[in-house]
Design a protein around this ligand. Structure first.
Ligand code: ZN
Length: 252
């Protein structure tokens, strides 16, 4: 009898295509952020947790959030479909190794704003390669809205977006080398040159400034938005943030 039950279960499962069975399960998101960071970055992270918690039921996922980076372990990441870095990246070697192994094994990731910040002191070459070679070059200040151009509207991730939209107040980062020049990097959103010069105290006056990109070797997305309390005030951009999460979970 026991044997028969097992066979029936097996038949029932195999009758469902793998992809359908997979999408029936709510996917799991684990967000990391720091409270010991620039206040505007903490404000963004706390808003992002509320934003994605609100979207969770509608978009069929569960959200867990932690400010303890020691949660970045193989055990904790087991069964997690998407990791979010909302305002920082890990510093401890064990945390970094756990993240590298997670991504190299097909995990999903979205990093916002300061999560992608790296300079000569970061000391994490894997992370720079993961970001498509991008090293922080400069920023605009104070936070200002900017017109953002959609590079490729045929992509599942950007097809709901207009050709361009105004992204709310943000501190915009520029990068050198330009990740667009790295093979395998696909840029999805770019700062429109019509914004130049942008900033007052710190100014970006020219150049190619990718805002959102993916290194196609991974299921990853870097998103430059993430400074202050205005980021979630634009519905078009909010839709993109939700679509991005589904994409990072492999549901797009
Ligand atoms: Zn910032």
């Amino acid at each position: 009898m026991r044997r028969l039950s097992c066979s029936l279960v097996f038949l029932a499962l195999s009758a469902v295509p793998a992809s359908a069975a997979d999408t029936a399960r709510p996917f799991r998101v684990l967000a990391f952020y720091s409270t010991h960071a620039e206040p505007d970055h903490v404000e963004f992270a706390e808003q992002a947790v509320r934003f994605y918690a609100d979207a969770a039921t509608r978009r069929h996922f569960t959200l867990e959030a932690t400010t303890n980076w020691d949660d970045l372990t193989p055990q904790r990441l087991k069964g997690i479909d998407v990791v979010l870095f909302l305002n920082e990246s890990p510093h401890a070697p064990a945390q970094r190794t756990a993240f590298e192994n997670y991504m190299e094994s097909g995990g999903g990731w979205i990093g916002f704003h300061a999560a992608g910040y790296n300079d000569a002191d970061t000391g994490w070459p894997w992370f720079v390669r993961f970001l498509g070679g991008a090293i922080f070059q400069g920023n605009s200040w104070p936070p200002l809205p900017a017109t953002v151009e959609v590079d490729d509207r045929t992509d599942p991730l950007t097809r709901h977006l207009p050709p361009r939209f105004v992204s709310p107040d943000n501190e915009w980062y520029s990068w050198w080398p330009d990740p667009r020049s790295t093979p395998g990097v696909r840029v999805l959103l770019t700062l429109s040159p019509s914004n130049y010069p942008i900033g007052m105290k710190e100014t970006i006056v020219s150049g190619d400034v990718p805002i959102v990109w993916t290194n196609t070797r991974y299921r990853m997305l870097y998103v430059n938005m993430g400074h202050g309390d205005k980021i979630f005030t634009e519905p078009v951009q909010n839709t993109f943030f939700e679509d991005a999460l589904l994409w990072a979970a492999g549901r797009r």
